[in-house]
Design a protein around this ligand. Structure first.
Ligand SMILES: [Fe+2]
Length: 594
């Protein structure tokens, strides 16, 4: 018997996960509850939600599993400090060094006196992939910015023998930090904007790749070496040095400055290098381990285009990428590793879905919030088919609909439970959603959800993609709103067994509209975490003027939302959606109507 609470925190994208006797019960990111994007604080709200879902109290937790080893990290920090010659930077580095902080912060913020085990960062990533892959044995590849020392690791996992990992690259030589540096140069946020670099790449040509080879080199094994004179991520102020500006011949892009062809060329060049290195690394892993299957995690494993190239390479028969491959997923891996160490090995079963967060009931949670806001609503509790018909009719008429149902997704993607949906066949839909609802860069493509049984009609490959982790080529030009400039799409295949209601909506769209695909983007506005509670969803819906929102079995039409409500919500900024009092335990309406 073991109840293990996994935690990732204090860097970015804090999260909690609970495993009971080796079974994954719940996982969630702190940002969804605190409403602070990429919240890095100890995830006490997420931990509480996970405990609730597991029906446990903190006192019943046998062990906390933390996603990195502070002692190993201290070693790296001391080494950075020893080589830093700039007094101000050295002072800032020294101020950050506090190896007891995780221990203290976990104790204080979680109010938990249970034992804590520290799992090395790359082992947490590796475990998050291997123990949820369903493979009895497989090669493992971890690629991220930096763990304690490691920036890339590889090894072999076996259900009986566990995971053996070997360090391939060591800080500061890091493929992830190279890509993040170019991301920062393009004016996007590190640890978040890497998707934008990847999305921008197909609009350019890799004409700057030769120049970038001055700053990153690699051998036949894919081991990377950065020329540190071009970087300054040790300096804590920015990622690049003046020498990189000189080399590239164009200054870094600032804030909202317009993107040009040159920026697209730079993104394309960095992307081509990343793909080449990933392929080299994967081929070394294949050679050294002899394994036919591969598991991947770490932030670089979220690069859908590189993942697609890896699959197409045929190096491996099957590849499993942990859907929460970034640091949030470290909580999952740490919990799995410690569960195994305590004698509760995770079952050999592939993770089929990531609906691991809290769920809200229509009756108890949704209707009180809608009523408190004085909004008329359609109540479909005893006629769920009519709700689907209503939504299909709206989508077919070009409406944009918020779709909130079931347990919240874990990881960066909305997969049909906290989504905004639209008709992918409408050419202007991308601009409409980008301009009015998501307020994000026009070049970024939206993703399609497709019924698993119809996927091969629309997209090449025919594989299952439940987590939107790979791009595939569209086989039709009838889906302009979800197809990128190069004809690719980051597809999600939807299976009735894992998400029956979303699949039923797609089936109905197919039977009534002859299209088994919907545009699916995350339910949030730019700069805001994906919605968690019905209150978050209602607030986002009203602020962004979506045409309608479905909250469980309830539908609200934007025509019924008075401008005073929208103004009130906008004026308040972020709506506090959840009381911090443990006993309240449900969404609270906080609107002040004029
Ligand atoms: Fe990481």
């Amino acid at each position: 018997m073991s109840n293990v609470l996994g935690v990732s925190a204090l860097y970015h994208d804090a999260a909690a996960a609970i495993m009971v006797d080796g079974r994954l019960i719940a996982a969630a990111q702190e940002e969804r509850f605190s409403r602070r994007k990429q919240d890095r604080t100890v995830p006490w709200r997420a931990a509480r939600a996970c405990l609730d879902l597991a029906g446990l109290t903190m006192a019943e937790i046998d062990c906390l599993a933390y996603y990195e080893d502070p002692a190993m990290k201290l070693d790296r920090q001391m080494s950075m400090l020893a080589t830093e010659t700039r007094p101000q930077v050295a002072r800032e580095l020294a101020a950050r060094i506090d190896p007891y902080r995780p221990f203290r912060a976990l104790r204080e913020s979680l109010g938990c006196d249970r034992p804590i085990r520290f799992v090395p960062h790359h082992m947490s990533h590796a475990a998050s992939a291997f123990y949820f892959s369903g493979f009895e044995s497989a090669a493992v590849l971890v690629l991220d910015g930096v763990g304690e020392w490691s920036t890339s690791s590889y090894g072999f996992g076996h259900v009986d023998r566990g995971i053996d990992l070997v360090e391939a690259d060591r800080f500061p030589h890091s493929l992830g930090l190279f890509y993040s540096t170019i991301t920062a140069y393009l004016g996007f946020d590190v640890n978040e904007g890497e998707y934008k670099t990847m999305g921008l790449a197909p609009l350019g040509k890799p004409v700057l790749a030769d120049r970038l080879r001055h700053i990153i080199g690699w051998n036949e094994d894919g081991d990377v070496r950065l020329d540190l004179t071009y970087f300054d991520f040790l300096g804590l102020r920015r990622m690049w040095s003046p020498r990189l500006v000189e080399l590239l011949g164009q200054p870094p892009r600032a804030g909202e400055e317009a993107l040009t062809d040159w920026h697209a060329d730079l993104a394309s060049s960095a992307q081509s290098i990343l793909e080449s290195v990933v392929l080299q690394k994967a081929s070394r892993v294949r050679e050294r381990t002899g394994a036919r299957n591969l598991c991947m995690a770490g932030g670089v494993a979220l690069n859908c285009v590189a993942n697609a190239r890896l699959r197409q390479s045929g190096l491996f028969d099957d590849i499993f990428v942990q859907p929460a491959a970034g640091d949030a997923g470290g909580s999952l891996g740490a919990a799995a590793q410690v569960s195994r160490d305590l004698g509760s090995a995770p079952p050999v079963r592939r993770l089929r879905d990531v609906y691991l967060g809290p769920e809200y009931s229509t009756e108890r949670d949704v209707i009180p919030v809608v009523r408190a806001a004085n909004l008329p609503f359609g109540d479909f509790r005893i006629r769920p088919d009519e709700l689907l018909d209503d939504v299909v009719r709206r989508l077919a008429a070009g409406q944009v609909v918020g779709w909130f149902q079931g347990r919240m997704e874990f990881g960066p993607r909305a997969l049909g439970n906290r989504s905004i949906l639209a008709d992918p066949r409408v050419a202007g839909m991308r601009d409409r959603i980008n301009g009015l609802v998501k307020l994000r860069e026009a070049f970024r493509p939206f993703a399609p959800s497709v019924l698993r049984s119809h996927a091969s009609t629309y997209f090449a490959g025919g594989e299952e993609h439940p987590f939107m982790l790979e791009t595939v080529q569209a086989l039709t030009d009838s889906l302009p709103a979800v197809t990128h400039a190069d004809g690719s799409a980051r597809v999600q295949t939807v299976d009735p067994q894992t998400n029956p209601r979303y699949a039923a909506l797609l089936e109905r769209f197919w039977s009534q509209e002859g299209c088994a695909v919907l545009l699916n983007t995350s339910f949030n506005q730019r700069g805001e975490p994906i919605v968690c509670t019905p209150t978050d969803a209602l607030a986002c819906f009203a602020r962004s003027r979506l045409d309608a929102v479905v909250l469980g079995d309830v539908l609200v039409d934007v025509a019924d939302v008075p401008p005073s409500l929208t103004a009130s919500i906008t004026a308040r900024g972020k709506v506090s959606a959840f009381s911090d009092e443990p006993e309240s335990g449900r969404a609270l309406a906080v609107y002040e109507l004029a």
